[in-house]
Design a protein. Structure first.
Length: 200
């Protein structure tokens, strides 16, 4: 997993509440277990018509948000079913940070397992960041070590994050990666067990 330390990129404002995982990636796209290729169907039913044409007024179909790496959105983001394809689709599109007043628990935790930073800040801060993202220069810097969001106008917002989750993101560690950091201790334990309980 790619480490997340400081990200500077375009922030897209998606001012909607209760965006569920079926809106993020509709169920018909869940047939694959590959993490790649899903970015093209991110928000599929909002980005495209049934004929496959782009919906002109959807934010990710507009410049410069086609290249967004940060999403500023409404409360309860990622609610609905617990499909891991949702963070996969965001990541494959290029979005590695989502800022919202609240997230669905399973989606929130899935983000950390896939290298995406979900940031929870109060609604007033989201409203301010949404306005900043809607300007002509929507570049934000997300500084995870310092836990600061900074916009192109130097408007700053501080955020809280669990220290363990922060450590994992900064070091690019998912659950498998965390386990592998203990490989020496695991090997020692297995050797000791094989010697002391040879009959097992």
């Amino acid at each position: 997993m790619k480490p997340f330390t400081v990200l500077t990129g375009i922030a897209a404002p998606l001012n909607l509440l209760n965006i569920d995982t079926d809106m993020i990636i509709p169920k018909q796209h869940l047939k694959t277990i590959k993490r790649t290729g899903l970015g093209k169907v991110l928000f599929d039913e909002m980005r495209f018509t049934q004929d496959g044409a782009e919906v002109a007024d959807f934010v990710l179909n507009k410049a410069p948000y086609r290249n967004a790496q940060i999403l500023v959105t409404g409360a309860n983001f990622g609610c609905g079913s617990s499909r891991e394809h949702a963070p996969w689709a965001l990541l494959d599109f290029g979005i590695t940070c989502v800022i919202a007043p609240s997230f669905a628990d399973i989606f929130y935790n899935n983000c950390f397992q896939n290298g995406i930073l979900p940031i929870v800040v109060p609604q007033a801060d989201v409203d301010a960041l949404m306005k900043e993202a809607a300007t002509g220069n929507p570049n934000f810097t997300i500084d995870l070590p310092e836990q600061i969001i900074r916009t192109s106008t130097n408007f700053t917002v501080r955020f809280d994050i669990d220290e363990y989750k922060k450590h994992c993101l900064i070091n690019g560690l998912d659950q498998v990666g965390i386990t592998l950091t203990k490989a020496a201790a695991i090997s020692t334990f297995e050797s000791q067990m094989a010697h002391s309980r040879a009959w097992v």
